[in-house]
Write a protein that binds this ligand. Structure first.
Ligand code: NAD
Length: 328
């Protein structure tokens, strides 16, 4: 049994990781600036506070063997690609990472996981929606299309430098669009799968939903259980990374919407409107993870979407009835 700190535990991936680590019998301290919105976590301790505050970080790393660092200023295209939050995204996330390494190293933490992103990959390799290139070695010459991606790239290098200079065991993964139940589904920070599920679940009398762009931009989406499995395998392996953790089942956003409509049993038309979209095409390249971990994600997008849609449908129904009660 290890003593593990999960930063960002009030969020989507961190919350799921707390549950996984507890099911394996570890002692878990969870930290986040906010409580988890959708789940009561089985953590042994929950510390609520700002991890960009040095004193707080210095206290949460005390007595810890391993850290999972998920805390970040994070959101979907509507949050990170508009440019309106660039300064906060870069400052908050970089400060958290600087603190986690500095105070973690001082406190004798042996191993640390860092959640980087496919957003570090250069835009010039992701212009063709049908043929994006995202192998790990294609990261340089660097040209991410967002400040979020630049911060992730800086932080990857920061983690690797702590490994070289201070001998900390570091593991770095580049996540590609993780989705599933208990993630942000409304409010402006939600990502494409959750936003599309919500829009379709919310349609009552109408016959259309809106999608940003022409919907021909491509992505792959990885179900949360597979992400957690990949991270745990990476942490237990000797491989440092950075390594992609993503699905290779690439679809266009129009195809994603069609799949969700089928699951929902609703035939709706799509109205394409202008909005932030990110790169034109992106897909995970899983050669390296297969080689190093002898494992790669296999679950179909459809299977993950079924679970996610049902969960979001339920959230929509709950929030509708809460509004009705509020209006009485
Ligand atoms: P999330 O937004 O649900 O979780 C991040 C958590 O960090 C939030 O609960 C937030 O409150 C917390 N946080 C932010 N600033 C903080 C601060 N100053 N102090 C304490 N807590 C703070 O996001 P997620 O989807 O769970 O992502 C987890 C990590 O994985 C992030 O680093 C994200 O960049 C990375 N990532 C996620 C995806 C994805 O598709 N979800 C893809 C690539 C990378």
């Amino acid at each position: 049994m290890k003593r593990i700190l999960v930063n960002g535990a009030g969020g989507f991936i961190g919350g799921h990781m707390v549950k996984r680590l507890k099911s394996e019998g570890h002692w878990v301290r969870a930290a986040d600036i906010k409580r988890h919105e959708f789940s009561s976590l089985p953590a042994d301790e929950f510390v609520q506070g700002d991890l960009s505050d040095q004193r707080l970080m210095a206290s949460v790393v005390e007595g810890i063997d391993e850290i999972y660092q998920f805390a970040a200023d994070m959101g979907g295209a509507g949050y990170i690609f508009t440019g309106e939050h660039d300064a906060d995204v870069m400052h908050n996330s970089a400060t958290i990472n600087l603190n986690a390494l500095h105070f973690g190293q001082k406190a004798g933490v042996k191993k640390i996981f860092y959640s980087s992103s496919a957003c570090i990959y250069p835009e010039y390799n992701q212009l063709d929606p049908l043929n994006p290139k995202c192998s790990e070695k294609s990261a340089y010459p660097a040209a991410p299309d967002s400040e979020y991606g630049w911060e992730k790239l800086f932080s990857e290098r920061l983690y690797l430098s702590y490994m070289r200079n201070y001998g900390m065991a570091v593991r770095v993964a580049r996540f590609h669009n993780i989705f599933g139940p208990e993630g942000t589904w409304t409010g402006g920070k939600e990502k494409a799968p959750a936003a599309i599920c919500r829009k379709i679940a919310e349609v009552e009398g109408g016959d259309e939903i809106e999608i940003w762009g022409d919907g021909e931009q491509t992505r792959s989406f990885l179900f949360i259980d597979e992400c957690i499995e990949g991270v745990r395998r990476l942490m237990e392996s000797e491989f440092t990374g950075p390594v992609n953790i993503g699905s290779e089942e690439m679809v266009s956003i129009n195809q994603l919407a069609a799949m969700v409509m089928e699951i929902a049993g609703k035939r709706l038309s799509i109205r394409h409107i202008s909005g932030p979209q990110g790169v034109r095409g992106r897909n995970s390249d899983n050669h390296l993870i297969a080689e190093k971990l002898n494992w790669k994600p296999t679950r179909s997008l459809r299977a993950g979407l079924e679970k996610t849609y049902r969960w979001i449908e339920e959230q929509v129904a709950v929030s509708r009835s809460a509004n009705l009660v509020g209006n009485v």
